[in-house]
Every structure is written in C-alpha cells, then in structure tokens.
Design a protein around this ligand. Sequence first.
Ligand code: COS
Length: 386
Amino acid sequence: MEYGFSETQVMIRDLCRKIAEEKIKPIRAHYDESNEFPREIIKVFADADLSGLYIEEAYGGMGGGVMDLSIAVEEFSKACSGIALSLAATALGTFPIILFGTPEQKQQYLPRIAKGQAMAAFGLTEAGAGSDASGIQTTAVLDGDHYVLNGTKQWITNGGEADIYTVIAITNRSKGPRGASAFIVEKDAPGFTFGKKENKMGIRASATRELVFQDCRIPKANLLSKEGMGFIVAMKTLDQSRPGVAAQALGIAAGALEEAVRYSRERRQFGKPIAAFQGLQFMLADMATQVEAARTLVYAAARYIDSGAKEVSKISAMAKLFASDTAMRVTTDAVQVLGGYGYMKEYPVEKMMRDAKITQIYEGTNQIQREVIALALIKEAASQKK
Ligand code: COS
C-alpha cells in the first residue's frame, strides 16, 4: 500500500528502508549489547540528507514535516528503534526552536541540525518531575546579559551526544506553570556537564544521560519565546513530537510482525510449517490488523499537524497511546510465535519487546496521554455548548 504518499515520501521510505536493511540491521545487536552510541549511523543519516527532513528549506532542511519524519522513524525502527531514536530525539529538541525561535535563533541553530552537523535534545524531566512537568526545580536567573541555570535534568535522550539542548527552567516559582521558561543551551556552555549514562532495559543504542547545570551561564538571547512561556513551549513541543514516538512504536510492531510471519513459514512442527496452523494464523491476523490500525492513526496525526491545525494535542496523544500499546502487544505475541527461539538473543524479537516498553512510558506515560485526550474531549464539549 502507498498510503497516499507523495513521490518524495515514497523516496524517503525506500531510502530509509534500504539504510535500515543494509546499515542498521547488521549492527543493531552489537549496539544493543554494548550500550554504545552509534556515531557511525548518524553520519549515514547526514550523508543521505535525512537529518533535516522536517526543517524548513530556508534553514537548510528538506522542508517536510512531521509526516516525513514519521516515515523515516518508522522505517528505521523496524530495524532498530534505539538507533532511530537519535533522529526522533533530535527532532524533539529542535521543535521548540522551529515553533518558538526568532529568525536569528533559527538561523543560528537549524542549519547545523539540518545538515547533520549537530544533534539536539530536550531537557524537561527531572528526578522529581516526570508526569508532573510543572513541578521542575531547575532555575534560571537573569544576571546582566546572561541567564544562570542551576539544577539537574534526568533521563535525557541524546544526553552527552547532542550539541544543542532546549531546556525548561523556572524563572519565577510563584507563578506555577506560568513561571517556567525555555532556553537553548549549547553543549560547551560553562557550568554544563553530564551525569551518568543510564543502563536501560531497551533502546540501548540510545544515549540517556543527566544534564547537570551548576551556575551555567548562557546568553540572554538564548531565551525561547518569552519568560513564563516555558510550560507552553514544552506542551506544544510534545504535541508535535508524540507522533514521532508513535512512529517509532509502529516501526517496532511492524518489524516484529515481519519476523513473526517469516519465522512461521520456515519453522516446521508436526510435519508442516507452523503458519499452517489456524491458532497461529489468527495471532498473525490480529497482529497485522493492529499494526495497520496504528499506522492509519499515526499517519492521520502527522498529516493533521502538518496541515497547520491548531488543536493537535488529542490526536497526537491518541497516536502515541495506540501505537505504543500496539507495539507492546505485537512484540509480545511475536516472541510467542517464535517460541523458545523468540526468547533468545539470536533472534531480534526479544530486543523488540524490550524496546517497545519505553514507548508506553516516555514523552508522557500512556496514563498521561489518556488524561490529555480526556481533557481535550471535555474542552471540545464545553466549547460546543457555548
Ligand atoms: N498546548 C498549549 N497549552 C497547553 C497545553 C498544550 N498542549 N497543555 C497545557 N497547556 C496550558 C494550559 O492551558 C494551562 O494554561 P493556563 O495557565 O493559561 O491555564 C497551562 O498550560 C497549564 O496546564 P495544566 O493546568 O493542564 O497543567 P498540568 O500541570 O495539570 O499538566 C499535563 C498537564 C499532565 C498534561 C502535563 O503536565 C503533561 O503533559 N505531563 C507529561 C509531561 C511529559 O510528557 N513528560 C515526559 C518527558 S518530556 S520527553
């Protein structure tokens, strides 16, 4: 199926599929095992002109949107979602600049990201502030021409590897969520260091680190939008980025389905391929139907965002919720189809099952997604009554 792709999107899909097959599949087990960051593949993305898929052409990008990014993330995630995440997490760190940056800020940062010369990351979460994003403690205090940041961000994807960080910090605690502000912090800013690298269950090719700010001085010009807009910057960014997590989950599920179908045609028991047994056929049929339903919702969300629609929180959260729950179910079933072999590291489905789990957790747990969806429903109903 072509899913109504434009010619460019078909090209992006085919190119990413080729890279996934030829460059990612052969190395995925190594990076999963070693917990190292796959620098070599970042260069492949850049050389293939894929780093700036979602960045305006005026800033050196390809001028696509969330849909083009989702196509790439899906294809790469079929092979390895940890490796694909370096691209998606750079997009997460770049969206605040795309959405809220001044022309000067865009000119300063976007071309480097678009050309693959710089990676980005997004710093919101802290040890005590996960779902409760407005509970962050990191502070930013204006001192002459600089802001001075103090605090620690936790579990930051691309941490230590990225060159450009968008960071949410409190500038006026008495104002609650309206007291947060968003900043661009470069890796070499004085007072900015990195904490321990996490040892994770899945997506192990992805770097997850703490960001530590100790009297970190950044130019005043690195404030994004206005003081007090940090929470809104964060929420709008997540609205834009959640389809990327959904695309990652979709890719994982689709990759696991491919493995399950292939194996069930090869594996023989009781004198015939296990694909000939109806119990297994029903499992494969359910898995495929769930993958297709997730794909439809992910593409709908991405296209809706790209259309310039204003209220995108609901569909974005729905896509993330549905695709990630699908990834968990489908990968678990894929392990079941492969049986004892599925549980072994020689086959990729056990890794896919481990990788799937995080998609139900990060960029807002699926409990938070349900809250976002319900709040949007209530808001819509209230506005219809007026
Ligand atoms: N777009 C624009 N504005 C938004 C918004 C959005 N998507 N979501 C919330 N806001 C606004 C609200 O309208 C409100 O504005 P006012 O101050 O004018 O009333 C303000 O932001 C505060 O919103 P709210 O009261 O709903 O904030 P809560 O603290 O209750 O938080 C949730 C809402 C739970 C939805 C939010 O904290 C969240 O998404 N948490 C998960 C964070 C997350 O995804 N973390 C993962 C790590 S980041 S990779």
